[in-house]
Design a protein around this ligand. Structure first.
Ligand code: NAX
Length: 332
């Protein structure tokens, strides 16, 4: 068993963390031989709940779990961590405008960025789940200037998993038979789930998703909308937002970042944009990436048609607007 690494989960008393902590502590992200010290950050009113979560982690008798530190102090939470799952954020309350939510949350991510800058390992890998995830990740990175911008990412893996599940059901194959579905842009209703470069294995034979589905109207309309609105559909059915699937996606994202992707197999991550595919530069934009030695690279040379390009423009524009709003809040 290797030396324990320190991993922080924020929003540790919340519903996503309740599933996520168990998955991490089981070894599903960093490996079955990697022991862990978990730092759990939440806010003072949640201290009692956090204690309950710690009791349950202890009672799960998890062999990889060396120690657990619950805290409300970012200086303690981010100290010496190698990986950070930033899940904690203010939820949208009734009557709250999107703008109010953005304003409350970017302030949290400004403070956490500064704490990461001061206390975390310089090669820390940061995954932002809390919404608005892309812009929160951008702000966090902005306030952590001593850590490479490439180390701040936002989660669009849940959207990718949702898209793959829709295609698998439509074609009638297993989830593992669907390859290279891409989420472009923002983790919001402007995201573009794209199957133009994706393949599906039918009876062992690989073909393009377009050919396997053979229904362009479905792929450009119903499919895109179903993925974009899946979060709302879960809320309407469960009366609570996605939690188990969000936790699984966070594990998938960090697992692939830590362990790498299979050759020719790419995954979607919100990463700092270099302007690839005409996306605006210097925003956190979801691209298809391949990962080797814990470093992601945007997959180049994929085909995009006019329909796809028009969708990328819309989601890029939204992210630029969010960036502008967020910057005006944090610089106040
Ligand atoms: P919960 O409200 O259950 O939990 C959030 C937790 O964060 C609470 O315990 C709260 O006290 C804590 N928190 C608030 N401010 C904090 C701070 N400054 N420091 C540390 N902890 C803080 O929400 P949950 O369902 O767990 O969702 C968490 C976030 O994930 C939300 O912002 C949600 O919108 C977002 N999601 C993002 C997804 C994605 O794909 N990127 C999908 C799922 C989810 O909707």
């Amino acid at each position: 068993m290797s030396e324990p690494i320190k991993v922080v989960v924020t929003g540790a008393a919340g519903q996503i963390a309740y599933s996520l902590l168990y998955m991490i502590a089981r070894g599903e992200v960093f490996g079955k031989d990697q022991s862990l010290i978990l730092h759990l950050l939440d806010i003072p009113p949640m201290v009692g709940v956090l204690d309950g979560v710690c009791m349950e982690l202890a009672d799960s008798a998890l062999p990889l779990l060396h120690k657990v530190f619950p805290t409300t102090d970012p200086a303690v939470a981010f100290n010496d961590v190698s990986a950070a799952f930033l899940v904690g954020a203010m939820p949208r309350r009734e009557g709250m405008e999107r703008k109010d939510l953005l304003s409350a949350n970017v302030k949290i991510f400004k403070a956490q960025g500064a704490a990461i800058n001061q206390y975390a390992k310089k090669d820390v890998k940061v995954l932002v789940v809390g919404n608005p995830a892309n812009t929160n990740a951008l702000i966090c990175s902005h306030y952590a200037p001593t850590i490479p911008k490439e180390n701040f990412t936002a989660m669009t893996r849940l959207d990718q998993n949702r898209a793959k599940a829709q295609i698998a059901a439509k074609v009638g194959v297993q989830i593992t038979d669907v390859l290279n579905v891409i989420i472009w842009g923002n983790h919001s209703s402007t995201q573009f789930p794209d199957v133009l470069n994706g393949n599906v294995k039918v009876n062992g034979v690989e073909k393009s998703i377009f050919d396997a589905v053979n229904n362009k109207a479905y792929l450009q309309n119903e499919f895109v909308e179903t993925v974009q609105k899946r979060g709302a559909a879960v809320i309407s059915a469960r009366k609570m937002s996605s939690a188990m699937s969000a936790a699984k996606a966070a594990c998938d994202h960090m697992h692939d970042w830590w362990n790498g992707t299979q050759p020719g197999n790419y995954v979607s991550m919100g990463v700092i944009s270099d302007g690839s595919y005409g996306a605006p530069k210097d925003i956190i934009f979801s691209f298809p990436v391949e990962i080797v030695n814990k470093k992601w690279k945007i997959v180049q040379g994929l085909k995009l048609d006019d329909f796809a390009n028009s969708k990328l423009v819309i989601t890029g524009k939204e992210l630029l607007e969010e960036k502008q709003e967020a910057m005006s809040v944090v610089q106040d």
